[in-house]
Structure formats: structure tokens, C-alpha cells
Ligand binder design. Structure first.
Ligand code: FAD
Ligand code: NAG
Ligand code: NAG
Ligand code: NAG
Ligand code: NAG
Ligand code: NAG
Ligand code: NAG
Length: 626
């Protein structure tokens, strides 16, 4: 985590237990060196002549790479510069092959960074570690590549002109090529992002899980990601090409093809360079950015700051944890927060960094009758030789271990057993909205995505059921505490902090639901992770589960909502055209703008925001050009 030096130092010990798989990191070092030669327009130092450009995009992540690419095509007369804090990702094996994704996390990684929340009382005083992509492609380069979409009702609930599901559907189609069974017309067939089952899966475990969910009273459907289907289980697909088995990160699918195209002359990418702040001129117009070389990657020029001017537009796309920091360092944010951090106020925007949201997740791991070749752990724990897999281009490299998932609502019997707090939320918010799931169970052919697989006894195979709350009510925050990038963050996830307690009750319901599903699975051989401390008194079962949830809940890596698209009076930061209130020439386009309630894994929404934002910006720039 070179980018957050101080925070890493504090909690380095905690992090070393998390996803740290040392031998995989070796692979990263092998092929990085020849990546740059091919791509003349990617540099780690600002090329001369780029001190002033037309459009600056801060962050070459999931949404940023899409926006840069679409603007490059539509605005050949404009010079476009992407400033990305992390390194180039071109053809790096741990990026290209989904099964190696966990090598991107750990103290020595150059492709992710870790945000440490302050210890939170309602989480048994635990600090939650949230990894984020810090490399070209952002989260789409390092994530679990699980394909899931939000529900139709989710975008409609944003209540913003231009952002209803009906209006967004063309963009949801534009971004993908869907290679899986469906009778829905909501999928795209010729977009840049392939969605498929890749080249490897574990059908026996998948079918066992699907059958077990069905035995609990749910439907099984072909396509759970058609925006409409709910209360059902199905095969899960991935952001992987069916032909090559490779990851579909937005740098490889959008950016690199343009950078390799000799006819494209207007697109420039500056990597290993961090934006410190946005420069705002006297009439409150964003006029450029102040940058520095990423000290974790370019130790030779740590102290040198430079400015780059933007003639037309500055677009902020640094992710839900990166974007609010940059705004606050620029003097755009909550007056109180800025005052405490010693940053002069340029625009008082109370919403910045507030209302952090994420899907709260618990993971339960089971012993199983899986064979070693049916577990994704063997790629990660050293039992398979990764160099050999790479030289054979082994199909298992295309796997993420996730072959089935569900979107579930409680049965009538479940609802009758809800505590009053959850019952109230259910009655008011879910009962009459059949499109809304209350939670999701996801199957992993391996031990949990958070655990170190070498911590489980060898010679045995495991599977995990991931459970997440689709619409958490709790909110956290992320703020700067000083003007410098090194200053620690004030970050609280807020997980399970809702005063009513309906979030912990929702996860307790999901815990019981996964138990019932696991009980019906033929390949299951007893729990392998910790269990709630049950007493003989059944009346205390629920509180034992709730305590277990507080001890174990973690992030689903789905941060959002920290710079909401909402009216100013609802702590909104951008309007429906993604313009920052009170500052001209400044847009935000990443998961920080998603105001509420995205029930699926968030990459789909990040891709959608990228495509929709590009369309808005192209139209506005076109009007100006005309
Ligand atoms: C470990 C993990 C697993 C996940 N698994 C899944 C999954 O299986 N399926 C799914 O749908 N979603 C998943 N997600 C979520 C999904 O990847 C994210 O929601 C999505 O990528 C966010 O996109 P974004 O454009 O908002 O931000 P990002 O993609 O994070 O892009 C932000 C970019 O800005 C850069 N940046 C930040 N600060 C600065 C700065 N100061 N200067 C310059 N550049 C900066 C970062 O390096 C990064 O490249 C996962 C995420 C993670 C981290
Ligand atoms: C958490 O910390 C607070 C304050 O230090 C303490 O009072 C409390 O007992 C702790 N709770 C747990 C579960 O450890
Ligand atoms: C989002 O979900 C919560 C329930 O978790 C609900 O209270 C809130 O009203 C929802 N927001 C919208 C805009 O639907
Ligand atoms: C890093 O240093 C070189 C000269 O050694 C300079 O040209 C370059 O602009 C610097 N990069 C940044 C981001 O300051
Ligand atoms: C990360 O980058 C630093 C500086 O360039 C380099 O020394 C180190 O080897 C890199 N780490 C990995 C795992 O590639
Ligand atoms: C690694 O994982 C495989 C597949 O689950 C398992 O068979 C093997 O025993 C594990 N090895 C170690 C060292 O944990
Ligand atoms: C299941 O796994 C746990 C922990 O890995 C182990 O202690 C236990 O003996 C296993 N049980 C069975 C039945 O294999």
C-alpha cells in the first residue's frame, strides 16, 4: 500500500493476515517490465507539451478508463489526459487471469491500496480494511470479476432525471457482450466487456447449491441478472472473455486498444502519478490539477509537485474512497471538516465524504467432498505451480471460483419471526416492492475470499457461502484530517451502525438462511469457520448469531455514495449532469455518485456510470464546440 504510508504503518500487522499470498507476488514482477515499451502514450513522467490539455480525467479506474476512451473517440480535436495514481496494468498476469486476483492485495502490492477504518464499537472494536484498485483499470483490474446487476427499482429510486432504468438501459447494453443463456432483451451483444462463464467452473457444486436453495422454497432461473428476476437462484457469470479466459478490466477493454491505435493522437495516460488537489480559479472554475509522482512507485522524485492546466473540463473519477479526499484537499467540502483539516474553504459542500455505503458481508466456510481440482484455493495456496499454469495457459486461470448466486426475500414464516425493527423496515420498504431482494447468497468453490487459504488445514477442500445485505441502512464517512496526502484519514464504515438495528437483524436472517441451504447440500461436510456461541436456551440463539455477525461482518468491497448525485439539501454533491455544485468545469463520475440502494455487486453500476457520464460530457462539449 505505498499510497497510504501512514495508515499502512499503523495496521500493517492486521493486513498481513489478509489476502497476503507471498509466492504469487513474484509473478507480478516478471512481466511488468516489457509492458511499457508497447505503449508510447503511457508514461510515468509528464511528457512535455502536456502542461496544458483540454480535459483531465483524475483516476484511470473502472469508470475513468471508459470516459477517457469515449471522449477520445468523440473529441479528436481535444487533448485528453488521464492521471492515474497506480501503475500501468497492460498484460500483467495477476490482472489478466482472474484466478490470480488475490496476488494484488498485500503489503507489497503495487496494484491496490488499503483503507483502514477506525475501530468501531458496533463491530466489536474491529478496524475494517477496505482494499481498492490502484492501477490502470482500478477496481475492474483487481476485483473478483463477479457479474451481477442492480435491480430495475434501484436506479428508478435515485429519482434523478436521465437516470431511470429505462433511460439507462441503452448504456447497460452498450457496455457488454453477454454470452450466457437468457430470454431477456436487457443484455448487450456487441459491447467491449465480455460476460461469460469463462473456461472453467465446478458444475457439481454449483448444481448442489442451486438444488439446495430450491429445496428452501426458491425458484431457479436462467438469468438472474435481467434487472427483473428476484427471489431466485442461478448460475453466476463473470467479467471474463469466453475465447481467451481473460479478465475484462476497462483498461484492457477500452483504453489499451486506443493507445495501441496509431491513428489515435489525442489520448495520453500519466501513470504512477497522484492528483493532490484540483486547482480552482477566482471565478470558481476548475482550471487544472496539482500532481506528484506516487512516492511508493517513483521514490526518485518524491518532493516534486507539478501543475497541469485544463482548458475545458476536469473529471474526477478516483473512486468512492479517493474522490472525496481530493475534493476536500481542494477546499470543496463540509466547512467544518475543512476547517478542522486546515484547508481554506472554496466551496462549502456539506455532502462530501458523508454517507459512505457498502454491502455488509458475512462468509461461512464448510468442509466438503470437493476434489482439489474443484477448488480455486489450489491456484492460490501453492499446491498448483502457477508458473506452469501460466506457461500452459491453463483454463483454471479464467476462474474466480464463483459459479452460483441468488437474490432472496424472506418467506412468510421468516417475516413472522422478524424482530420488530426489521419487521418495520420489511413492511415499509420491501413488502410491496417485489423487485427488491432482502439479501444475496453467493457460492465460492474455496475458502472465503477474505481468508488466507493456507490458514485452513491442508489435504481438504472447502466451499464458502457469502451472505450480503443488499440494502444496508447504516452509513459511514471518509474525510481528510489535514491538507497533505500523508495526513491520516478519518474513516468509519458505519457497518451495522443503524440505530434501529435492522442491518444486523438482516444478516442474522441471512446467516440462518445459508445454514438451511448448506444443510441441504450433498457436498457439505460440516462447518470449517467459527460458529456462533449457542447456549442451550433457544431464546438466546438470535443474540448469539447477532454477536457472531458483529464479530465477523466485513466489506463486500462495494464502497459508494460519498459524493452523492442528489439535491444539495439532501447532502448531494453533484446534479444529474454530474456537475459539482458551486464549482464550474468540474464533474464527478465514479461509484461515489451512486446515491443509494444498488442491490448487486457494484462493478456493473461503475461501468454504467462510465458510459452514461461519457454521453453527458460528449453532448455538453459538442454544444460548446458547435
Ligand atoms: C477486492 C475487490 C473485489 C471486488 N469484487 C467485485 C466483483 O466481483 N464484482 C463486482 O461487480 N464488483 C466488485 N468490486 C467492486 C468494483 O470493482 C468497484 O465498485 C468498481 O471498480 C469501482 O469503480 P470506480 O470507477 O468507482 O473506482 P475505481 O475503479 O476504484 O477507480 C478509481 C481510480 O482512481 C485512482 N486514484 C485514486 N486516487 C487517486 C489520486 N489521488 N490520483 C490519481 N489517481 C487516483 C485509483 O488508483 C483507481 O485506479 C470489487 C472491488 C474490490 C476492490
Ligand atoms: C470497545 O472499546 C470500548 C472503549 O475502549 C470498550 O468500552 C468496550 O468494552 C470495547 N468492546 C469490546 C466488545 O471489546
Ligand atoms: C434505500 O433503502 C432504504 C432501506 O434500506 C430505504 O429506507 C430508502 O428509502 C431507500 N432509498 C430510496 C431512494 O429508495
Ligand atoms: C519526476 O522527475 C523528472 C525529472 O527527474 C521530471 O521531469 C518529472 O516531471 C517528475 N515527475 C513529477 C510527476 O513530478
Ligand atoms: C512495486 O514498485 C516498487 C517501486 O517501483 C518496486 O521496487 C517493487 O518491486 C514493486 N513491487 C512489486 C510486487 O512488483
Ligand atoms: C490447497 O488447496 C487445495 C484445494 O483446495 C487442497 O487440496 C490442498 O490441500 C491445499 N494445500 C494447502 C497447503 O493448503
Ligand atoms: C472441518 O474443518 C475443520 C477446520 O478446518 C476441522 O477442524 C474439522 O475436523 C473438519 N471436520 C470434518 C468432518 O472434516
Amino acid at each position: 500500500m505505498p499510497n497510504i504510508v501512514t495508515q499502512a504503518a499503523i495496521s500493517g500487522a492486521a493486513f498481513s493476515h489478509f489476502l497476503f499470498i507471498p509466492f504469487l507476488i513474484l509473478i507480478l514482477a516478471i512481466e511488468v517490465t516489457d509492458a511499457h515499451k508497447l505503449l508510447s502514450m503511457i508514461t510515468a513522467e509528464l511528457a512535455s507539451g502536456l502542461e496544458e490539455v483540454d480535459i483531465i480525467i483524475i483516476g484511470g479506474g473502472t469508470a475513468g478508463s471508459i470516459i477517457a476512451s469515449r471522449l477520445t473517440d468523440a473529441e479528436p480535436q481535444s487533448t485528453i489526459l488521464v492521471v492515474e495514481g497506480g501503475p500501468d496494468n497492460f498484460r500483467i498476469p495477476t490482472i489478466v487471469h482472474p484466478a490470480l486476483y488475490r496476488a494484488n492485495f498485500g503489503p507489497q502490492s503495487n496494484s491496490s491500496l488499503a483503507y483502514f477504518s477506525a475501530p468501531e464499537q458496533q463491530l466489536a472494536n474491529r478496524s475494517i480494511i477496505i482494499a481498492a484498485g490502484s492501477i490502470l483499470g482500478g477496481g475492474s483490474s483487481v476485483n473478483g470479476a463477479i457479474y451481477a446487476r442492480a435491480q430495475q427499482i434501484d436506479y428508478d429510486a435515485w429519482g434523478t432525471k436521465g437516470w431511470s432504468t429505462e433511460e439507462l438501459l441503452p448504456f447497460l447494453k452498450k457496455l457488454e457482450s453477454f454470452h450466457a443463456p437468457t430470454s431477456s432483451n436487457t443484455h448487450g451483444q456487441d459491447g467491449p466487456t465480455d460476460v461469460s462463464d469463462g473456461q472453467y467452473s465446478c458444475p457439481p457444486l454449483r448444481d448442489d447449491f442451486i438444488s439446495a436453495v430450491k429445496q428452501n422454497g426458491y425458484l431457479s432461473v436462467d438469468d438472474l441478472q435481467d434487472l427483473v428476476s428476484n427471489n431466485a437462484v442461478s448460475t453466476a457469470h463473470r467479467y471474463v472473455s469466453p475465447e481467451t479466459g481473460e479478465r475484462q478490466d476497462t483498461a484492457h477493454t477500452y483504453l489499451h486498444p486506443r493507445l495501441k491505435d496509431e491513428n489515435v493522437k489525442n489520448l495520453h495516460v500519466l501513470v504512477q502519478s497522484q492528483v493532490i488537489r484540483i486547482l480552482v480559479d477566482e471565478d470558481k472554475r476548475a482550471s487544472g490539477v496539482e500532481i506528484r509522482a506516487n512516492p511508493g512507485l517513483q521514490s526518485n522524485n518524491m518532493s516534486s509537485k507539478r501543475t497541469i492546466k485544463a482548458r475545458k473540463l476536469v473529471i474526477l473519477s478516483a473512486g468512492a474512497l479517493g474522490t472525496p479526499q481530493i475534493l476536500e484537499r481542494s477546499g470543496i467540502g463540509d466547512r467544518q471538516v475543512l476547517k478542522q483539516a486546515g484547508v481554506p474553504v472554496i466551496s462549502d459542500l456539506p455532502g462530501v465524504g458523508h454517507d459512505y455505503q457498502d454491502h455488509h458481508m458475512i462468509l461461512v466456510t464448510y468442509n466438503s467432498t470437493l476434489t482439489p481440482d474443484q477448488s480455486v484455493d489450489s491456484v492460490i495456496n501453492g499446491s498448483l505451480n502457477v508458473r506452469e499454469l501460466l506457461s500452459n495457459y491453463d483454463k483454471i486461470l479464467s476462474w474466480n471460483g464463483v459459479d452460483a448466486s441468488s437474490k432472496l426475500r424472506p418467506s412468510q414464516e421468516d417475516v413472522a419471526g422478524f424482530k420488530p425493527e426489521l419487521r418495520k423496515v420489511w413492511d415499509n420498504y420491501f413488502e410491496h416492492s417485489p423487485n427488491r431482494p432482502l439479501g444475496s447468497l453467493v457460492l465460492v468453490s474455496g475458502c472465503s475470499v477474505l481468508a488466507d487459504p493456507t490458514a485452513y488445514p491442508a489435504g481438504q477442500q472447502y466451499f464458502t457461502i457469502g451472505c450480503y445485505n443488499t440494502y444496508p441502512r447504516s452509513r459511514g464517512h471518509v474525510h481528510i484530517t489535514g491538507p497533505k496526502m500523508e495526513d491520516p484519514l478519518d474513516f468509519k464504515t458505519g457497518f451495522l451502525a443503524d440505530p434501529e438495528g435492522s442491518d444486523v437483524q438482516t444478516l442474522a436472517w441471512l446467516y440462518k438462511k445459508q445454514q438451511k441451504v448448506a444443510a441441504k447440500m450433498k457436498m457439505q461436510r460440516g462447518p470449517a469457520s467459527t460458529e456462533p456461541l449457542f447456549t442451550d436456551d433457544p431464546a438466546e440463539h438470535d443474540s448469539a448469531i447477532e454477536q457472531w455477525v458483529r464479530n465477523n461482518v466485513n466489506t463486500a468491497y462495494h464502497p459508494m455514495g460519498t459524493c452523492k448525485m442528489a439535491p444539495l439539501e439532501n447532502r448531494g454533491v453533484v446534479d444529474g449532469t454530474l456537475s459539482v455544485y458551486g464549482v464550474k468545469g468540474l464533474k464527478i463520475a465514479d461509484m461515489s455518485i451512486a446515491p443509494e440502494n444498488v442491490s448487486g455487486n457494484t462493478m456493473s453500476t461503475a461501468l454504467l456510470i462510465g458510459e452514461k457520464a461519457a454521453d453527458i460530457f460528449i453532448n455538453e462539449l459538442g454544444l460548446k464546440n458547435a
